[in-house]
Design a protein around this ligand. Sequence first.
Ligand code: COI
Length: 355
Amino acid sequence: MEVDIFQTYIQLTKNSRLEQVNWDNLPFGKLFSDHMFTMDFENGNWSKPKIIPYGDISISPANSAIHYGQSCFEGMKAHRDVNGDIVLFRPYENARRFNSSNKRMCIPEINEEVFVNSILELISIDKEWVPQNLDHSLYIRPFIFATDPYIGIKPSDSYKFMIFTCPVGSYYKEPVSVKVETNYSRAVQGGTGFSKAAGNYAAALYPAMLATKEGFRQLIWTDAKEHKYIEEAGTMNILFVIDNVLITPIAGDTILNGITRKSVVEIAKDWEMEVQERKIEVKEVSDALKDGSLTEAFGAGTAATIAPISNISIYGENFLIPESKDYHFHTKVLKYLSEYKIGMHPDKFNWLIKV
Ligand code: COI
């Protein structure tokens, strides 16, 4: 079946895979919705956007994104609200971050309205894929990559922008065990750490694999120069509560500008909690763990949402973090944010956009 609505060419699938979904046991990122969005950049212009059945794509073996990594992505979620309507959470923040990543990687920027409208259009076609279970969501993966078949180092002349979605449950099913990494580095000053450049994630795999062998689920990266300051966890930003103050490293440069992190900080300020966005020494964290002033450590990310940390290994010494309690800030903010996203609170920050 082919229908043309708005400006987008739309080809609907004849074989929906919806019946394959086990809604009670959603894996993270393994099962993809029926359709995908695609738009090509060639000769300085974007082509007509298309929404077509989800499926494999064909690229040249000389594709420059495969060889040199000129590729960026975003991660965001759509939720079903308490009235059954579908809402996006802060999509313009993702549009802006996507463009800041793209700029750094010499990839053409995408108009913010085009970015958000493409997502709205795709989800309105695959709305049955947005979980009814209010604890689940539809993960949205916009991405862009170079498509020149060219063996030489230069920005590509052509690109493909695509979006697909997948219904998901939680990324971390239990509190996360982490190790402070003081050998390998994820990002350097003036590098690409602030962005969602694909290569950032590839470079993190090896040290993360070593940590997994030691029994840790994630690393906490430290600055590349001295391994003295806490940065982020790679799948999420990191936040601590020390002496009732919410403390998190400043985002940007070597640290991803996380939208969940930013939302948590904005909520904490709204709740009149003291918030410090500043450098945090590894030693400050271990001292605060030793004297008991550190009461909470958690990650914040789109996939991870708010992920409590169970223990932190620092220079080989393993520290247990106090268990999550209802009165803890991260428990309260997780509850509030989860409820906010499904319309249980007034949208006082203007964060929600209806599909
Ligand atoms: C996200 O939080 O959406 C990310 O991109 C992280 C990825 C590890 C799933």
